[in-house]
Design a protein around this ligand. Sequence first.
Ligand code: ZN
Length: 313
Amino acid sequence: MTTASVEFVEVGPRDGLQNERTVVSTADKLELIARAIAAGARRLEVTSFVNPARVPQMADADAVCVALPDHPDVTYIGLVMNGRGADRAIATGRINQLGAVAVATDQFAMANQGQTSDESVEAAKAIIAKAKAAGLTGQATIGASFGCPFEGEVGEARVTEMARRLAEAGPVEVALADTIGVADPAHVARLVAAVRAAIDPLPVRVHFHNTRGTGLANVWAAVAAGARVIDASLGGLGGCPFAPGAAGNVSSEDVVYMLERAHIATGMDLDQLIESSAWLSEVIGRKLPGMVAQAPRFPGSTSTKQLAKAKEA
Ligand code: ZN
């Protein structure tokens, strides 16, 4: 491993919550955001500007933005699907970066945003251009980069070509998203390397779901292959829109534990993440899938609280 650090993006307030059945209050969303910032996050996907009839969980996008804490070093990302969403995000005056999504297959692009895959690339480029014209930055994520719920396998050449086209619009990075959690580490290593070469010097961000238990292995493979930005969600919040009850995003605390133990700096405080994961579990009303928060702290002495608990058990 040649890298000494990665950039961490907390996506729990948007991707995590959007895939949870429990509708979380605006106040709790803001607390989640504040906790992530306190733990070190400097880039956060805070909401999406989409049709509230389709995504009721994100209906309070404007209310969240109005109350975002002022923090000069923090980049707030708003996900948008079209020009109208981009206008809404820009109008809040609080979003620093627009996130656009292009989808690797026609059938998924149709289901997700009513466009062909090619049209989704053009729409994402237009959103990035709009962000830049408004003095914001833009980024693009390629959804279903590693597999599609409708079409199955997705060609690596197709994704690489999409990344090259998206890079033409001048985003801060291009991301590969394993939207349905089917990627394996060898596939990740190949695709990250190919996309890196295609968009150099722009960085590659990766977005994994742990639907089939390969999430952390995929993060490791991506970082080893040169991905520089990692999306994760506190507690492993969320799920898969195509698999009710499935595990969510890779968990922030699990990713941070793995990378920090391997001497790759994330800028994140593990203890605070673990504490916030417990808080979030109460808010959502279920045990969250992240594993590190359920295990004794390592290294370091077992806390008296844990000892007391062990005695009870
Ligand atoms: Zn996702």
